[in-house]
Design a protein around this ligand. Structure first.
Ligand code: GUN
Ligand code: ZN
Length: 446
């Protein structure tokens, strides 16, 4: 239990989808120099102008935290990232399939060791917090202990983590393979232990269609059907050689996505990473199911996968959220990821506004995950997961910030020039869980 807190700064969140216009109207809620009121349960309770003292609301024990001149946003939501891949971030010279075999599979084997899985999970979640990410949909490894370790580390930090043991029973090296029956038992046990406990949720996690037999994919579909509240995460249509391989492995399927359809894996709680090489029929299927694509621009560029066409996804009504996809991606920072997203769209003649980008990493993701009652905004009643940011750092960004002519210019420059170094502090459910070295931490008691 924390005390009542009033946190002062420039509050920015969304009340709806801002669309693709720079002038997004009421969907963008900017409240410069306001107090954000956070109650004893760590939930947002409202906001009031900075010149209206919150003392009466705070009562005797409440505390004021003054971050005037700083931007405050809801905690960011990463909808596609791999906890064990810190060890392979920035690996040279390969595309997806070679990258998996050369770097990623060997690294993931280490998480068979519970101690290593715990160490890696703590490092990973602390790194997310240091980037301003408070919620994430995460792949651990095939090892059951890796899922337990991740959920335990998330519970220690009270973070909203959605995850599940990776399913893979073929086309991977010894030490990274499960089998259908044991995997099913492990998943059921993990669902019973973690799903809905604190802020944890279970996500059925077949790695991708190539590393599961049809029998295992069918088992994953049964898990989704038997446990309607669980999520589903996997990869789809990321890389052209991968797409060709899927056609060989599943000749009966119309497309790569159709493999998942046939096994009951495309649903409202499903998030498919990448989706670069989908066709119109696939997108219609996703829209119909209410499933989303996690756009992972830094990964898509770094391992040479291709340019995701967000405009086309939007035109066909498919939900899009953001993923860092570390270790294919080169930064856990979703700010950097958004800046990369802008460039990927620019190469296709599309213009990603700061509003559309930031919305996708906050309220948009919360809507897709059906968690708007808890995360994504400063709406009263939601948990106060939030980030205090510098608006700018260094003479170049500072100057750019000062000459910006309107709010969109300011936020766009912040998004484009900023990264984890801009994070002053990160709060989870009303408690400061990360504070930049050199900044005086906010203590829990006044
Ligand atoms: N496809 C299957 N596994 C992976 C992975 O770990 N990273 C990415 N980017 N794509 C994948
Ligand atoms: Zn991935």
């Amino acid at each position: 239990m924390t005390v009542r807190t009033a946190l002062r700064g420039d509050l920015l969140d969304f009340t709806g989808d801002p669309g693709w216009q720079v002038d997004a109207g009421a969907a963008v809620r900017f409240r410069p120099d306001h107090w954000l009121l956070i109650d004893e349960a760590g939930r947002c309770a409202g906001a009031q102008p900075g010149d209206r003292p919150p003392d009466a609301w705070l009562g005797q024990n409440g505390r004021k935290v003054d971050r005037r001149g700083h931007l405050i946003t809801p905690g960011l939501i990463d909808t596609h990232v791999h906890a064990p891949q810190i060890d392979v971030i920035a690996s040279f010279g390969t595309e997806l399939l070679e990258w998996l075999n050369t770097y990623t599979f060997p690294a993931e084997r280490k998480f068979a060791d519970p101690e290593e899985a715990r160490r890696g999970s703590r490092l990973f979640l602390d790194a997310l917090l240091a980037c301003g990410t408070t919620s994430a949909l995460v792949f651990p490894t095939v090892h059951k202990v890796s899922a337990d370790a991740l959920f335990e580390a998330a519970a220690d930090r009270n973070m909203r983590v959605l995850a599940g043991k990776v399913l893979m029973n073929r086309h991977a090296p010894e030490g990274l393979l499960d089998d259908v029956d044991q995997a099913e038992r492990d998943c059921v046990e993990l669902i019973e232990r973690w799903h809905g406990r604190g802020r944890a949720a279970y996500a059925v996690t077949p790695r991708f269609a190539a590393t599961s037999t049809p029998e295992q994919l069918a088992m994953a579909g049964r898990l989704c059907a038997a446990h309607p509240g669980v999520y589903l995460q996997t990869h789809v249509a990321e890389n052209r050689a991968e797409v060709r391989w899927m056609a060989e492995l599943f000749p009966e399927a119309r497309s790569y996505l159709d493999i998942y359809v046939r096994h009951g894996l495309v649903n409202r709680r499903a998030v498919f990473a990448h989706g670069i090489w989908l066709d119109d029929t696939d997108r219609a299927v996703l829209r119909e199911a209410g499933a989303a694509i996690a756009f992972c621009p830094s990964s898509n560029m770094f391992i040479g996968s291709g340019l995701f066409d967000w405009g086309q996804a939007e035109a066909q009504g498919v939900g899009v959220c953001l993923g860092s996809d570390v270790g294919g991606g080169t930064a856990l920072s979703l700010l950097r990821t958004l800046a990369d997203g802008y460039k990927v769209l620019a190469l296709q003649g599309q213009k990603l506004t700061a509003w559309k980008a930031l919305h996708a990493a906050t309220l948009g993701a919360a809507e897709q995950l059906q968690l708007t009652h808890e995360i994504g905004t400063f709406q009263p009643g939601t948990l106060a997961d939030l980030v205090v940011w510098d608006w700018a750092q260094g003479p170049v960004a500072q100057r750019r910030h000062e000459v910006a002519r309107d709010l969109h210019e300011q936020v766009f420059a912040w998004m484009t020039l900023g990264d984890e170094r801009y994070v002053v502090s990160t709060w989870v459910a009303g408690r400061e869980r990360y504070c930049r070295p050199g900044v005086a931490p906010t203590l829990d008691r006044p």
